[in-house]
Every structure is written in C-alpha cells, then in structure tokens.
Write a protein that binds this ligand. Structure first.
Ligand code: ATP
Length: 295
C-alpha cells in the first residue's frame, strides 16, 4: 500500500457540512500549468482540518474554489452535499469564510460592516445582535465596533472578519491563515472557537504556516505540494509514518532516512516538500487522486 496514502473514505454520499472535491483542477493560463491538479479530497465534519503547504502550493486557490469565489476548471466541489457551481447561493450560505487578503469597507464602522454581512446572510435582527455581542466579546472587539474600520489595527480587522464569518452560524468554517496578526489572547479565543465548532459537528478547514499550531490544534492535516495533496492524516499518524522508532526504519518510507524520534510535524513537512511533487507533469492526470497516491 502506498505509504502516504490517506485513510479518508472515497467521497460518495453527501456529508452534512462536509466538503467533497472530485478531480478538481485549476489553471490560470489556459491549461499550460495547473495550480491545483486533479484533486479528490474529503474534508470531514467534526474535525479541524489543516491544509498545509509551501508558498504557492495551491492552498488559497483551493479554499477559494471551495468557497465559490473562483470557479474550478475541472471537477466538482460539494459543500454539505450542495454543488458549489450549480447551486452557488445554497453552498455559500453553508460557509463562513475568513479570506487571507480581505477588502474591508474602511468608512464603515465595525458594527455597520457586521450588520451588512448579517443582511447578506439573512440573519434575523434579534439573533444578529446577540451573535455580534457574544462573538465580539469572545474575540475582544469591545467598543472598537463603533469606530470606522480605517482606524483598526491588522489584528482588529482580523477579529472583525472572524466575527463576521460566524454571524450566520455556518456548518462549514473556512479560514485562510487566520492566526496571522492576532495577539496571543485573540489567537487563543480563535482556537477555542474552532475546537468548539468542530466538537459540535462543524467542519473547520484552515490553512496555516504555523506548523506547531497545526500540530496541536488540527485533528487532521493535509500537506499540499505543487497543486497535489501528498500526505494526509492526524499529526500523530504522520509522525508515526516518517519517524524512525526504536531504531526501526519508518514503515512508510523505507527508502528515506527516518526522522529522529523527537521529530515533529515540521520535520515531516520539510521532508515531504523538499522532494519534487509526485507526477511532476503540468497535465492533471486521469482518475481519482488519492493524496500521496502516486508516490
Ligand atoms: N489570480 C491568479 N492569477 C494567476 N496566478 C495565480 C492567481 N492566483 C494564484 N496564482 C498562482 O497560483 C499558485 C498557487 O497560489 P496560492 O495562492 O493558491 O498558493 P498558496 O499555497 O496559498 O501559497 P501561500 O502559502 O504563499 O499563500 C501560485 O503560483 C500563484 O502565483
């Protein structure tokens, strides 16, 4: 069996809240190079999933396609069983998105921005006020909510986006580098929210370059390299596959030098992404791509 293959189930039945990608491909130059290549992947509800990868691996492109911001050139994406291309509004309602480079309306106050989002998502007035207060308190926005966004610091903008992304209580929460810019207290509040939502059965999908955070926080991590998923599993699983335990070669990679016993996710990540991505062609290959399947 392929050592880096995922144990994730073949995406078939629609999973409430889950995300399914089948043979998804994206090219920005008319098909000469593929930024995301034949990606078949299932993100399960009830877990925090971390999508990791070097700069330019295709993580943000993948999240944007899932969120319906960017159309895939190939393949299908379903969110909670709803096809993102065919039923874009239905799919978007299920998603709370925290983008990496957001455009905020600087002249609005935080409260105006949040009310605007609540309108877009059709959150009832009484409900929105309670959610704004509760989430604002947890993420420490305080009285800033009444100030124009132009005066916000980077971290405060990020807190506002986090609150806005959860106003409609979406089953799927997608976060692109959400911790960047947050101070330790806000970062902790964010992590607590992620854990709570996943324990309640929500789907939480985040990208991060903070591998120590991913190792502690994520139930599952998927490593993307040059548009493909090359490994997926719990951080402990990945360590077990690649770390030399008790003098044994790691079962997963007999040909590779086993990592030392104290190696962590960062070492596994660097080992895997140092090498060329499998199937180094610019054409997306036929058939289902199991992460790491062509290694
Ligand atoms: N709109 C676009 N037009 C052309 N190329 C793009 C566009 N968006 C992304 N790319 C290219 O696609 C590749 C993947 O980019 P993407 O932003 O998905 O990577 P990433 O894994 O999120 O990287 P990072 O960790 O740096 O954020 C990069 O080579 C990038 O330059």
């Amino acid at each position: 069996m392929d050592p880096t293959a995922t144990t994730a189930a073949t995406p078939t039945a629609a999973t409430p809240g889950g995300i399914e990608l089948e043979h998804v491909g994206k090219s920005f130059d008319g098909g000469n190079t593929w930024v995301v290549r034949d990606l078949t992947w299932r993100v399960e509800p009830g877990r925090i999933t971390g999508l990791l990868g070097p700069n330019g691996a295709g993580k943000t492109t993948t999240l944007r396609m899932i969120a319906g911001i960017l159309p895939p050139d190939r393949g299908t994406i379903r969110v909670g069983g709803v096809d993102v291309t065919r039923q874009p509004l239905d799919a978007k309602r299920r998603i709370g998105l925290v983008p990496d480079a957001p455009a905020l309306y600087d002249r609005m106050t935080g409260a105006e921005f949040l009310r605007f989002l609540a309108d877009v998502y059709g959150v009832p007035t009484a409900h929105r006020t309670r959610r704004m207060e509760e989430l604002g308190r947890r993420l420490g926005i305080g009285d800033w909510v009444h100030s124009p966004i132009a005066r916000y610091s980077l971290g405060l903008r990020q807190r506002l986006l986090l609150v806005g992304s959860l106003l409609h209580d979406p089953p799927v929460w997608i976060l692109d580098e959400p911790i960047v810019g947050l101070d330790p207290e806000a970062a902790r509040a964010l992590k607590d929210l992620m854990v709570e939502r996943s324990r309640r059965g929500g789907t939480v999908l985040m990208t991060t370059h903070l591998l120590e955070v991913a190792e502690r926080l994520c139930d599952v991590v998927a490593i993307m390299h040059r548009g493909r998923l090359i490994a997926e599993g719990s951080p402990a699983d990945l360590r077990r596959r690649f770390v030399r335990e008790g003098g044994e070669e790691p079962a997963a990679r007999p040909a590779a030098a086993g990592l030392p016993a104290d190696a962590g996710l960062e070492d596994v990540f660097l080992l895997l992404t140092r090498e060329p991505a499998p199937g180094g062609t610019d054409e997306p290959g036929p058939g289902r791509h199991a992460p790491g399947g062509s290694r």
